[in-house]
Design a protein around this ligand. Structure first.
Ligand code: MEV
Length: 320
């Protein structure tokens, strides 16, 4: 059988991580980087991740990736066994949606390899099931961006209206996605703290907070949700100054949700000191990546980040 490669996009959440788990609006956009799956014939099912020196046999392994692979394979019953090799252009477990991009890449790779054509919405559903294995209670934001790419506004459609620019509405289990036109490319630096964290743990940490004081934290998440719409309005106007202020505001609320960390705070502080419009963590926090909106020369800032042990790249090719 022919060898096929497939991709899932990485993503950055501009506004609304954590709040989106409770239905509040979020705005996210895909990166031009992702995870690729290379599928070929094999005597048994196996998955290889060269950058992590992983070789998993899903029938024998308890590794989460083995379970995810087995789950996705179950959508292709009675097909022959195969080997998948994953190539990552984005750092893993760093808030850029690597697990969802992996699931989408595997689902796309298998659908091409077995010649079973699946619609993007079907790939997205499979990836959502896989995300539940990775993360427990995903909102669906990561798999949706990994699958469709572009810019998406997600929310509980019973509570928050469709934004006027939406060109497609897709209903997920809990959320509805509005696909929005990508009007301007944003000049973000992406800074990887290299502190590994676990999305499932960060989401349950926020859940514990909410259980202690639901009114207070729903109020915080409501404020975060409101930023998603305002943020898109700034993007449309290419208004970096106000977009930056909104990013900073979102970061302040994420601090209240207790999902920042020393490295993230340092990166945000230095970014503002060196002329960025705004900066915030992206993804579940507790480590992972920070997005820094800066359209002037960022060389000095990048040097400071690298000297402190962080990786820096732009939304194109890895520079580190
Ligand atoms: C993770 O990229 C984003 C979170 O909001 C979790 C989710 O939405 O599933 C933290």
């Amino acid at each position: 059988m022919e060898v096929k490669k497939s991709c899932g996009y990485g993503k950055i959440i501009l506004f609304g991580e954590h709040a989106v788990v409770y239905g509040y609006p979020a705005l996210a956009t895909s990166l031009e980087l992702g995870i690729f799956a290379h599928v070929e014939n094999s005597d048994c099912n196996e998955i290889i991740v060269p950058c992590e020196a992983l070789h998993i046999l899903p029938d024998k392994s308890k590794h989460v990736l083995g379970k995810v692979f087995a789950k996705i394979l179950s959508y292709f019953p009675n097909e022959s066994t195969c080997k998948i090799t994953l190539h990552a252009e984005i750092p893993l477990a760093a808030g850029l949606g690597s697990s969802a991009a992996t699931s989408v890449a595997i689902a796309r790779g298998l659908s091409k390899y077995y010649g079973k054509e699946l619609k993007a919405t079907e790939i997205n559903e499979i990836a959502f099931m896989a995300e539940s294995i990775f993360h427990g209670t995903p909102s669906g934001i990561d798999n949706t961006i990994a699958c469709f790419g572009g810019t998406c506004y997600l929310r509980d459609a019973n509570k928050f209206p469709i934004p006027e620019d939406s060109f497609e509405e897709i209903s997920l289990k809990k959320l509805t996605i509005s696909r929005l036109p990508v009007v301007h490319k944003l000049p973000f630096l992406i800074v990887n703290t290299k502190r590994k964290r676990n999305t499932k743990k960060m989401v349950s940490k926020v859940r514990d907070l909410i259980e202690k004081d639901a009114n207070k934290y729903h109020d915080v998440m409501g404020q975060i949700g409101a930023l998603a719409k305002k943020g898109y309005d700034c993007i449309k106007k290419n208004d970096h100054e106000n977009l930056g202020l909104l990013l900073n505001e979102n970061q302040k609320y994420l601090n209240l949700l207790n999902v920042s960390c020393r490295e993230i705070d340092f990166i945000c502080e230095k970014s503002l000191e060196y002329g960025a419009y705004g900066a915030k963590l992206t993804g579940a926090g507790g480590g992972g990546c920070v997005i820094v909106l800066i359209d002037k020369d960022s060389e000095k800032l990048e040097t400071i980040f690298r000297e402190n042990g962080f990786d820096v790249f732009k939304n194109k090719k890895m520079e580190n």
